[in-house]
Design a protein around this ligand. Structure first.
Ligand code: ATP
Length: 320
């Protein structure tokens, strides 16, 4: 996407690079986060996610390239409209939760009365209303993470950037965090979060960028990425087990790969494969089926297929 075409972007990066000595952590990344998107920055450990986020926030100066937030070069005025949850947690552990949160709010210039109301509202929302006067260090790690997330949101930022927000949380709290992401989206805010846990991104985001080895592998809306890069598959349940039928499916021109678990089959289609043609082939052969269902590729499947093992040097870069 060109600079002239991203006037509505919450974040746009073009050609950003960052080197630490011998390590080229980010190797010329372009990305556009549309306003109102929930955007997942996905990649394995060491892919360059945190470095990219730090360049967006001007914590690191890029060696090359351009960073814009809301179409403007990054300045303190722009950063005041952003909420940031860093990867390394650790807030004033000896302070009470209330004081630590008031402190966050003061840093962002939120008037005392508004901050008191918002702090109580969020603590209630997270089921922590009775912990306001506890010291931060007395809270469990997951609850400390919730308090830090509240601190990120008290000034009601238009853009929320969360670095690995789900790590270290149990499944229930991961869901609580995902619900907050969806709530912020409903309010019209833009959310960028990084994660190496791809399944966390599946429901929480509408746009993704997969990076690996400091380079972009692909990006786009989740629907586009699935359509352009996923292999479609079909789940079949046979009315009865038959070697012959399994062979028929396995050798169909539409099928690239077949997994068999009793009468349950999962056929991954060849690129451009036609599920309808496979169904017609089976019906013509008189095969009786209890189920024939087209399956959407998961982001995890695409991630595994597209991200080469660590150390692979060449990678096809795709933009949808
Ligand atoms: P993770 O999921 O493990 O946090 P990441 O995708 O966020 O990984 P980065 O933290 O951006 O990846 O790291 C990318 C590369 O840059 C790694 O090889 C890392 O060791 C290196 N790196 C990051 N920050 C620094 C730094 N301040 N000094 C030196 N090297 C760094």
């Amino acid at each position: 996407m060109t600079r002239s075409g991203d006037g509505g972007a919450a974040i746009s990066l073009s050609g950003v690079r960052k080197r630490f000595g011998e390590i080229e952590a980010v190797r010329g990344i372009d990305l556009v986060v549309p306003r109102g998107a929930t955007y997942g920055l996905l990649g394995p450990n060491g892919a360059g996610k945190t470095t990219t986020i730090r360049m967006i926030l001007s914590i690191f100066e890029p060696d090359a390239g351009d960073v814009r937030i809301f179409g403007e070069p990054v300045s303190q005025g722009v950063l005041d409209r952003v909420g940031y949850l860093p990867e390394e947690r650790g807030i004033y552990r000896r302070m009470t939760v209330r004081r630590a949160l008031q402190f966050f709010a003061e840093l962002k210039g939120v008037p005392a009365r508004a901050s008191a109301r918002r702090i109580e509202g969020w603590m209630e929302r997270f089921g922590l209303a009775d912990r306001l006067d506890a010291r931060v260090q007395e809270l469990s790690k997951g609850n400390q993470q919730k308090v830090q997330l509240i601190g990120t949101l008290l000034h009601e930022p238009e853009l929320v950037i969360l670095d690995e927000p789900f790590s270290g949380l149990d499944p229930i709290n991961q869901q609580v965090f995902k619900d907050v992401v969806l709530e912020l989206k409903r309010e019209g805010r833009t959310i960028l979060f990084s994660t190496h846990q791809i399944e966390q991104a599946e429901r929480a985001c509408d746009h993704v960028c997969i990076i690996a080895g400091g380079e972009k592998v692909l990006d786009g809306s989740v629907a586009e990425v699935k359509r352009m890069h996923g292999s479609e598959s079909v789940a079949l349940t046979l009315a009865e087990w038959s070697d012959g039928v399994v062979e028929l499916v396995r050798t169909s021109l539409q099928v690239k790969e077949l997994r068999v678990d009793g009468v349950e089959l999962e056929a991954v289609l060849v690129a451009g494969g036609d599920a309808q043609a496979l169904l017609e082939e089976l019906v013509r052969a008189g095969v009786r089926l209890r189920r024939f269902e087209r399956m959407e590729p998961s982001l995890e499947q695409i991630f595994v297929e597209r991200v080469r093992p660590a150390g692979a040097e060449t990678r096809e870069v795709a933009h949808v």
